[in-house]
Design a protein around this ligand. Sequence first.
Ligand code: F6P
Length: 552
Amino acid sequence: MAAAIETISKGPKITRHAWKDLGTHYKKVKEVHLRQLFADDPKRGVRMTAEALGLFLDYSKNRITTETVNLLLKLAEESRLRERIDAMFSGEKINITEKRAVLHTALRAPRGASIVVDGENVVPKVHAVLDRMADFANRVRSGEWKGHTGKRIRNVVNVGIGGSDLGPVMAYEALRHYADGTMTFRFVSNIDGTDFAETVRDFDPSETLFIISSKTFTTLETMTNAQTARAWSLAGLQGDEKSVAKHFVAVSTNTSEVAKFGIDTANMFEFWDWVGGRYSMSCAIGLSTMVAIGPDNFYSMLSGLHRMDEHFRTTPFEKNLPVLMGLLGVWYSDFFGAQTVAVLPYEQYLKRFPAYLQQLTMESNGKHMTLDGKRVAHDTGPIYWGEPGTNGQHSFYQLIHQGTRLIPCDFIAFSKPLNPLGRHHDMLIANVCAQTESLAFGKTSEQVTAEGIPEWLVPHRVFEGNRPSNTIFAERLTPEALGKLVALYEHSVFTQGVIWNIDSFDQWGVELGKALAQRIIPEIESKGEPKLAHDSSTNNLITYYRKSREIA
Ligand code: F6P
């Protein structure tokens, strides 16, 4: 909730007056209903919109006034957002806890641009890898790249987890309309053996290519699945080790681990430590995407990402889509105390977009320490969740409409469908408009009574409204539009990280669980009774599992 004035200690000390002013302002506007705000300003629904690069953002159904927006923009200025954007784009090591530059924007910079990291222009390296990816993708798609027995590749399996999985799955599902329909693309991530078993159940090893995607090439889940894939592939190809070169390629920053695994480094597609896992879908981690949709479509996606990067870098904050969305998120998290954000794509192809955003937003901004190692004085990253509309309407929307929690929503919609079928699309979009309208304006007890509802039922049928939402419209879900949408959220996350003064690019919170699992694996697998020295619950769970496994 609203905190007192606080300071940023990096660089010259500045006090963020806007934070305090927002706290005072919040008290004035927190009870004001959207009905009132719209009645007071008949043009609000047109005025509080912003459009850039074919993305139209309607933010009028938020619990804000012009003064709120001005104060949020002031907060961005006082947080030195402009300076921080420049620092990120120029390759400064803004990921301070890992001492790394944060340059996913370089992955989509045009050929000929110059971005220098540690004295080296990285753009030529980026394009050299993209060229190799395009050559490989063309060879697989055309059938020139053959499997060990001479058959063409029909199935592509990306093996990865986290950013090495969620971006590729999301992009494949989102752009399936553009994918080569003669090939099958699947994604294995979970260490649960079911994931692998079900993925390859109907595949022929002689037609199956595995892309092992891991920044570090040491991640437990990915390495375990990769070994299982290798064994499955070899078993189906007469155990001939030479087959590995035809059925396995790697995407990684770690050449030596790739070689140790037995993948020819000639079949490795490189990326670099300045690409964060959850920001990696536009580098070689996108290889499965490129094979699926072809290099031209992949380049269109990169162009969309780049155009949004440039919009973010150069557009004044009041018209800057990622900045506006990021600031609105801060307003709800820190002043209204909203705990979650629902992302509701009205586009079936975006069904994995909320899952993708969960890592992007929560691994980035789920932090409780400021850049200078002090506990934050306010809430940081909210919980992101969602489902495609209209399915969610028949499930959890009840809580958004009439529950006790405030849940800001992002509705995402497209003017033109990819699969025009009768009246489907008009009805889909009618639902977007209806949902945002009913969330904002609700239905009063007078309206309910006027409908002849018996008195005792009226309270149950009232919709309070005043539930905020953004609506984002694009023309059509193209590779370029997807790129813009992804970069929109990436930069909105960055904007929030700057306001919260946290490192949005590390993820130390996932390390402890990983380390403890490494300690528990040998205890679980030990032939003799292991000496357990955990807490009594963990000891008991391990013992219970060991025993019940034997009984089974
Ligand atoms: O879960 C932590 C994490 O490091 C993510 O940030 C990353 O995307 C994922 O693991 C996978 O890591 P890698 O690509 O190195 O296998």
